[in-house]
Ligand binder design. Structure first.
Ligand code: GDP
Ligand code: MG
Length: 598
């Protein structure tokens, strides 16, 4: 049967260890793409991914491989992102596979996300094939890395493949191991259809394109399908696989990874993790699906042009199809008008969402400073979840404010342990323990407030360890902290979108820091603008933006109409990311200054 010749696998690794490069080599070796079409990071299909050199989206591709046994196998390979903010993409990919190639950099060794990804793979009962990559590097030490894989992960590394994705070494061996080590999918072909939706994307012409892993039964064009969660029913228009371009096929069967289109225009009815079944012969129970992600970082997204509110809603709905971890809810701000409070898994995720909205949907947005969610115990015994600092109740109503803590594991050479501990301490971290992974590397474990992590922890960690540290963290629990809300007043008016929450001990310093930053970035006006920071009615910092001395607009009155048009145009562009707040023009940067620390 064809099923015995299918292999579904994923490539997992710490960021930069070479997943995407390995995927490129595999596509080349199997002639999935011609030499002419080949380009680096082929599966990173978004411009954003190529520009930044990171994988953001999972990406499934079907390829044919003729093995040493003479048989031709169909591989479904799913490339996955490495950054913590996208671990939801990884966990969803893994649920569609039977095996995983674990790539470890031969010079760097096991890093924080190597461990995190291995645990995800083990949770999904996947067969793991260890690959030690970059053996071409002079600093490569495959034997050391083998030791790490055995001691720190507990996997047998004696038969780990030694590879160089860059130089094309070991690629065939990896493919052979996929054939021999990764189990073929099972699943009854005669049973009622059961397919897991692991991703989706909105296409203007085809409607929602569902990425699926068929677990049981078969599906073909003309079949009537039902999405079990929403109950919505559709007729299948097309099924196929990406290779990497979409290729129609007659049928998808148990074991296949592919796509289904069914003229689905109503975005609300599809969700990642839902089970597709046969409407005329439904299966009794849906598949497990995925656990919902809880966003931990929130920020407000507002169109610079208020008339674009509806466009922004549509864009968010469409983007959510392709980014299942994004959440949003309408909110309004006195300063910014109507927008959305969006939930993200982290700062990189937030950044990526904003860029995708601007690029893929042609919107101009103002993003407010990100904030974590707080749990507030009220004096009347109630509890309030605060996703927006400006919603914090009055101090008189508050008994305690609790903030989320993460359990952070930082892997670092022992020379830098001191620097790591100093940083963690400064970020209000609580030391847990420290394990030696081998003679050189240490896993330092801390409980740290998430708000400190999202500020600039990672950058500071990188710079204080010369880039040697790797970080992984998971949200742990809420703990009470001495927190206060700081309001910013421009021209004596409170700007709700600039309010933030900080630890009492740092409140004054932060207030001073932020008012002086705002002073630098808010353009002068023809009147003096006081900039103040306040806790309740108490002003904790104050500075002034001086008025213009002379009329600079006079400069525009130039004789050359061409030049004048250009000047005006330039002005307009510069204004794009500005928002008038009362009488003051505030640039986008201002909303982010709240973030930066020292
Ligand atoms: P990913 O983040 O895991 O997808 O990693 P990439 O595939 O984007 O690779 C990260 C960097 O490592 C890129 O600059 C690659 O060119 C480089 N790289 C990948 N594989 C090798 C290898 O085998 N040897 C060397 N020397 N560099 C490699
Ligand atoms: Mg990549």
């Amino acid at each position: 049967a064809r099923q015995s010749h299918i292999r579904n696998f994923s490539i997992v690794a710490h960021i930069d260890h070479g997943k995407s490069t390995l995927a490129d080599r595999i596509l080349e070796l199997t002639d999935t793409v011609s030499k002419r079409e080949m380009q680096a990071q082929l599966l990173d299909t978004m411009d954003l991914e190529r520009e930044r050199g990171i994988t953001i989206k999972l990406n499934a591709v079907a390829l044919n491989y003729t093995a040493e046994d003479g048989e031709t196998y169909t591989f479904h390979l799913i490339d996955t992102p490495g950054h913590v903010d996208f671990s939801y993409e990884v966990s969803r990919s893994l649920a569609a596979c039977e095996g995983a190639i674990l790539v470890v950099d031969a010079a760097q060794g096991v890093e924080a996300q190597t461990l995190a990804n291995v645990y995800l793979a083990l949770d999904n009962d996947l067969e793991i094939i260890p690959v030690i990559n970059k053996i071409d590097l002079p600093s490569a030490d495959p034997e050391m890395v083998k030791g790490q894989i055995e001691n720190q992960i507990g996997l047998d590394a004696s038969d780990a493949v030694l590879a160089s994705a860059k130089a094309g070494i070991g690629i065939e061996e990896i493919l052979e191991r996929v054939v021999t080590d990764v189990p073929a999918p099972d699943g009854d072909l005669e049973a009622p259809l059961k397919a897991l939706i692991f991703d989706s994307i909105y296409d203007e012409y085809r409607g929602v394109v569902l990425s699926v892993r068929v677990k049981e039964g078969t599906v073909k064009p003309g079949d009537k399908i039902r999405l079990m969660n929403s109950g919505a029913e559709y007729e299948v228009v097309e099924v196929g696989v990406n290779s990497p371009k979409p290729i129609k096929s007659e049928l998808l069967m148990a074991g296949d990874v592919g796509y289904i289109t069914a003229s689905i225009k109503d975005i609300q009815e599809t969700s990642v993790g839902d089970t597709i079944t046969d409407a005329n012969n439904p299966t009794d129970a849906p598949l497990d699906g995925y656990r919902k992600m809880t966003p931990m970082v929130y920020s407000g997204l507002y169109p610079t042009d208020n008339a674009k509110f509806v466009d922004l809603r549509e864009a968010l709905e469409k983007l959510q199809l392709n980014d299942a971890s994004l959440t949003f809810e309408p909110e309004s701000s006195t300063a910014l008008g109507f927008g959305f409070r969006c939930g993200f898994l982290g700062l990189l995720h937030m950044d990526v969402v904003q860029e995708r909205l601007e690029r893929e949907f042609n919107l101009d947005l103002i993003t407010t400073a990100p904030s974590v969610t707080y749990k507030v115990d009220l004096n009347d015994g109630g509890e309030k979840i605060v996703e927006n600092p400006s919603d914090l109740p009055d101090a008189s109503e508050i008994k305690a404010i609790n903030e989320p803590y993460v359990f952070a594991q930082i892997i670092v050479p022992n020379d830098y342990v001191g620097a790591v501990m100093e940083l963690a301490q400064r970020k209000r971290g609580i030391f847990e323990t420290m394990d030696y992974l081998d003679d050189i590397r240490v896993n330092v474990k801390y409980h740290i407030p998430l708000s400190e992590i999202i500020f600039d922890f990672f950058d500071k960690l990188k710079s204080s360890t010369k880039g040697y540290a790797s970080l992984d963290y998971e949200i742990e629990e809420y703990r009470p902290s001495e927190l206060v809300k700081i309001d910013i007043l421009l021209n004596s008016e409170k700007v709700d979108a600039l309010s933030f929450i900080a630890h009492r001990e740092f409140a004054e310093a932060r207030g001073r820091d932020i008012t002086s930053r705002l002073k630098k970035i808010i353009p002068r006006s023809n009147f003096e603008i006081p900039v103040q920071a306040a806790i309740g009615a108490k002003i904790i910092a104050r500075t002034n933006i001086k008025a213009y001395r002379k009329d600079v607009t006079a400069k525009i009155h130039t004789g050359d109409p061409d030049r004048r048009a250009k000047l005006l145009d330039k002005q307009k562009k510069g204004k794009k990311r500005m928002k008038s707040i009362g009488t003051v023009e505030v640039p986008q940067e201002a909303f982010m200054t709240v973030l930066q620390t020292g």
